[in-house]
Design a protein around this ligand. Structure first.
Ligand SMILES: *Cc1c(COP(=O)(O)O)cnc(C)c1O
Ligand code: SF4
Length: 333
């Protein structure tokens, strides 16, 4: 299923994806960080490689090591420190994969790993140790996944996930969606993605063509953690998605030093709504090895959300949740 155009136009999303920064030295240099940040960036990069597209880099304040956007993408020496309870597969997803590339944990909906790659590598990612090579299915394996969906009439929603599903080509995605919509009991197509945020040009005519054209109801769950991630290009991408009939929701992760204060969370909800996106989930950090330095305590998380409620209308409140392995849904805190 490798079917990228051979040479994408320079501004096209494929070129931006291929041109993302993947070198910790370059990241530090481009952002004017002091040399003391380089060894940590190298150490973290050795565990989970750096990846930052230019369109996202442009929103980071140069010379500010505590910038909330930078903190999400800059590897740190702390990532190498072991922390009790922080493990490689915190969600035990490996136990819920009846077909390659398919995770069925909750009633009525299944998660499909539509692309192993991401456009950005978030340092707190719970899939940073995910065995993607084993989960990047071929077309023949997709047929098996599709027959699993066909055989279970209780499944009403297919969730494209990853990695980032929108890192796959439009040809590949339209092929998949065409087969999904032929399954009569499927009602909804959901896409979990960060790509429209980090490379807004991903929302191009080719994508809107297959997405706008499907009979399935369309939901896109974006992943935005800070108001400053939403620039005008992101707002424009969201407008185009809405015009194509896509309902836009957002999930965030509560991250120490990024958004763990009432002002940041309130500003995020307000800015999301300006872009036509409703807050959906606020996740507490999954205890993945290498991300312990991002963790906020449960009490702090609950107190924050209680305070946030005093600042926002109810429809701008995300639900604070944790993913507990073995549970039939996300667990509200
Ligand atoms: C989070 C998740 C879903 C979606 O859960 P919702 O509460 O419907 O958003 C579905 N499948 C898996 C495996 C998940 O981890
Ligand atoms: S975009 Fe999502 S899946 Fe990809 S690295 Fe970031 S958090 Fe992980």
């Amino acid at each position: 299923m490798q079917c990228r155009p051979a040479t994408p136009a320079p501004g096209a999303w494929q070129a931006q994806l291929a041109g993302a920064i993947r070198d910790p030295h370059e990241l530090c240099r481009r952002l004017g960080l002091a040399p003391e940040w380089v060894p940590g960036a190298e150490a973290g990069h050795a565990l989970f490689e750096v990846r930052v597209p230019e369109a996202y880099l442009a929103r980071i304040r140069p010379g500010d090591p505590s910038d909330p956007l930078l903190r999400q993408v800059l590897p740190l020496g702390e990532e190498a420190e072991a922390a009790p309870g922080y493990v490689a597969d915190p969600l035990e997803e490996a136990d819920h994969s009846p077909r390659r590339g398919l995770i069925h944990k909750y009633a009525g909906r299944v998660l499909l790993i539509a692309s192993p790659a991401c456009a950005v590598n978030c340092r707190y990612c719970f899939r940073r140790h995910f065995p993607y090579e084993e989960n990047a299915p071929s077309r023949a394996q997709w047929e098996e996944t599709l027959s699993y969906l066909r055989d279970d009439a209780s499944i009403h929603e297919a969730i494209l996930s990853g990695g980032d599903p929108l890192a796959a080509s439009d040809r590949q995605l339209s092929w998949l969606v065409e087969r999904l919509e032929a399954i009569p009991h499927l009602r909804r197509l959901r896409i979990h993605t960060r790509l429209p945020v980090v490379i807004p040009d991903r929302i191009d005519d080719a994508l809107l063509d297959w997405l706008g054209g499907t009979r399935l109801q369309k939901v896109m769950v974006l992943h935005i953690n800070h108001a400053r991630e939403i620039d005008e290009a992101v707002v424009e991408a969201c407008r185009r998605l809405q015009a194509a009939g896509v309902t836009l929701l957002n999930q965030s992760v509560l991250l120490q030093g990024v958004n763990d204060d009432v002002a940041s969370l309130a500003a995020l909800s307000e800015r999301l709504f300006e872009a036509g996106i409703l807050p959906y989930y606020l996740h507490v950090l999954d205890p993945v090895a290498g991300a312990a330095h991002f963790d906020a305590t449960d009490e702090a998380a609950r107190a924050l959300v209680a305070e946030l409620r005093r600042h926002l209308p109810g429809f701008l409140m995300p639900t604070l949740v944790r993913e507990v392995p073995g549970e039939a849904s996300k667990t509200p805190l």
